[in-house]
Design a protein around this ligand. Sequence first.
Ligand SMILES: Nc1nc2c(ncn2[C@@H]2O[C@H](COP(=O)(O)OP(=O)(O)OP(=O)(O)O)[C@@H](O)[C@H]2O)c(=O)[nH]1
Ligand SMILES: [Mg+2]
Length: 171
Amino acid sequence: ETDVRITCFRALCCKGPPPARPEYDLVCIGLTGSGKTSLLSKLCSESPENVVSTTGFSIKAVPFQNAILNVKELGGADNIRKYWSRYYQGSQGVIFVLDSASSEDDLETARNELHSALQHPQLCTLPFLILANHQDKPAARSVQEVCLINVTTLCLVFVLMLPHWNLKTCL
Ligand SMILES: Nc1nc2c(ncn2[C@@H]2O[C@H](COP(=O)(O)OP(=O)(O)OP(=O)(O)O)[C@@H](O)[C@H]2O)c(=O)[nH]1
Ligand SMILES: [Mg+2]
């Protein structure tokens, strides 16, 4: 009988804290205005109003049920982009945010930046997620169009290297 009591006591009182959620370090890049900060604010249930352009970088812990993503956003302004690669080390995944409604020139710039990131030694083996943002705008290209313009050639080259290749519409 004592054994049964001890077993019950243990079952009720000795569960200990819930297991810690695994944490992953991600880097989030994309041209200025593509919506990186807005997106991360939304994911953290903060108001995406009044976001200001990121100078340098900013880190947010984004909680999910099964994991915590420590996302490092790198500012996308022209004068910051050249330093992006200094902040890649230690990343376990990449989020690339695109403005689907941007001009052809900006899309071409984004495409070149995406190419560079995909080829960077510290990123080239990591899972990439490309988010086609600004989908609410009338001028927004569809995900298929963005895919054709931006990453068709890349898909052919990289899809085998990037097992978690993904292209999602982001609203
Ligand atoms: N209409 C629309 N506006 C958006 C969307 N995402 C972001 N914005 C707006 O675009 C502007 C720039 O958004 P940010 O989140 O600061 O962009 P960012 O990529 O962080 O820019 P940097 O920090 O400069 O690299 C803000 O005024 C946002 O409100 C979207 O999906 N649709
Ligand atoms: Mg920002």
